[in-house]
Design a protein around this ligand. Structure first.
Ligand code: ZN
Length: 487
């Protein structure tokens, strides 16, 4: 049996991939029956950071993130109406129209957050045959039973041979008390048995033929099946939100051990949850804020719109294993932090080298790498970059100097850690693509004319440019060398 780890405590020293130089990584992706919200952004960004950093360390990474489009039900994994089927029924759409619509929107939101697409993005509905074969293996090995056309995991039998509940630290008694009484329980030997295959009720519109009934796979089955299909019977990393440890990931472990005789996952990683003003996100609190609402500012809990980079920066300011409490105030603070970073980066690209360095810039690369190796400590990376921003600002203000070699190193470290690994689009302020460059050039030109007007005491022109740019949302600051602006 694999030795399993919970998190990557000291990445560089303790992480040992199963195949040298290669990493297989599976992350539970979204259920596509609604728009992505803050709770979707956190795992996507957390594992995006891991994906980027592993590649930076030189690994060839195969990153699989699934689309759940069948089997994840309204009330729990076993019972109730499929969320996608329900949406399709209510809106008179083909279920796959619902899936495609929300998948497209998920991709759009992830691109806005600068989350890289995974290597493979399999759909549960595209892997029904493989899921049926996986269920059959569990039946063949005697760890499941058929009841009224559905197939259930025989948890009691399984727990005699394997340690059920070890990932979540639960035992069967805990699980009995947690299991709600729902219809369908009568079919099971025990309340803690979970569905591997469910017979579809007549009104259920998403169903497939199987040896046991016309039906659909249980929710946990897709990840066991697609993880091992694309990454092998054993693979390195499996991630997801903390709320998935039980029952989802515990069930995945049980399915793998039951079907294959061993565990599949070497390292489990779970990001912690986001709360909103101290409360869990939930329908009853009316505090589900979609990413689109953040970007547009259209939600009663938001005082203004927040750009995708502010959301990303806000999430990265906390360690992935800590909870993050959201509020408009916290996001405003994150926005200020991000602006300071963007400003420092723009200055870093503009400052000129001198013969020697008299500001503190040494050791930044080591500090950043040390922090990333320490279980992806992104808040420490951000703190180290802020420390170096002080040195950048000192040079910018003419109160310090930096040598050519130190400047080159500083630029490289910022590019590597802030832009490539943290994935922050800092260049949005300082120009990036050609359009942005032209735009920045035009604003600089206008402000240059204003500066000239001021020097000529032509206050009418100077004020007109300033006032009209301000009205358009620009912030203009006069400095001793000229001006600075931001939007
Ligand atoms: Zn999953």
């Amino acid at each position: 049996m694999l030795e399993i780890y919970n998190s990557l405590t000291r990445l560089k020293e303790t992480f040992k991939p199963l195949h040298e130089g290669h990493v297989g990584m599976y992350v539970c992706g979204p259920t596509v029956y609604g728009d992505a919200h803050l709770g979707h952004a956190r795992p996507a960004i957390t594992f995006d950071i891991l994906y980027r950093y592993l590649q930076y360390l030189g690994y060839k990474v195969r990153y699989v993130r699934n689309i759940t489009d069948v089997g994840h039900l309204e009330h729990d994994a076993d019972e109730g109406e499929d969320k996608i089927a329900k949406k399709a029924r209510l809106e008179q759409l083909e279920p796959m129209e619902v899936v495609q619509y929300y998948t497209n929107r998920y991709h759009r939101d992830m691109a806005a957050l600068n989350v890289l697409p995974p290597s493979i993005e399999p759909h549960a509905s595209g892997h029904i045959i493989e899921q049926i074969a996986f269920v059959q293996k569990i039946l063949d090995r005697g760890y499941a039973y058929v009841s009224n056309g559905s197939v259930y995991m025989d948890v009691e039998k399984y727990a005699k041979d394997f340690p059920y509940g070890k990932l979540s630290g639960r035992n069967l008694n805990d699980i009995v008390t947690e299991t709600r009484e729902l219809d369908g329980q009568a079919e099971k030997k025990h309340s803690y048995d979970f569905a591997l295959w469910k017979k579809a009720s007549p009104e259920h519109i998403m169903h497939w033929p199987s040896p046991w009934s016309e039906g659909f796979p249980g929710w946990h089955m897709e990840c066991s099946t697609m993880g091992t299909k694309y990454l092998g019977e054993q693979f390195d990393i499996h991630g997801g939100g903390l709320d998935l440890i039980f029952p989802h990931h515990e069930a995945e472990i049980a399915q793998s051990c039951a079907a294959l005789g061993h565990e599949s996952v070497h390292y489990w990683m779970h990001n912690n949850m986001i709360t909103i003003a101290g409360k869990k996100m939930g329908k009853s609190y009316n505090n589900f804020i979609t990413l689109e609402q953040f970007f547009s500012g259209k939600h009663e809990l938001l005082s203004k719109p927040f750009g995708p980079m502010v959301i990303r920066f806000f999430i990265l300011q906390a360690h992935y294993r800590s909870t993050v409490d959201f509020s408009s105030e916290a996001l405003k603070a994150a926005e200020k932090g991000l602006q300071r970073m963007q400003e420092a980066y723009a200055r870093l690209l503009k400052i000129q080298p001198s013969a020697a360095t008299n500001v503190e810039v040494s050791g930044l690369r080591d500090k950043c790498q040390e922090a990333m190796d320490d279980d992806l400590n992104t808040p420490f990376v951000i703190a180290a970059l802020f420390d170096s921003a002080k040195a950048i600002n000192t040079v910018w203000d003419g109160k310090g100097t930096i040598s050519e070699a130190d400047l080159k190193e500083l630029r490289e470290v910022w590019k590597t850690y802030a832009i490539d690994i943290l994935g922050l689009r800092l260049e949005e302020q300082g120009g990036g693509d050609e359009k942005m460059k032209a735009f920045h050039g035009a604003i600089d030109l206008l402000l240059g004319i204003r500066l000239q007007a001021k020097q000529n005491k032509d206050w009418a022109t100077s004020d007109k440019i300033r006032n009209e740019l301000t009205a358009l949302g620009f912030q203009i600051k006069d400095t001793k060398d000229g001006f600075e602006w931001s939007i």
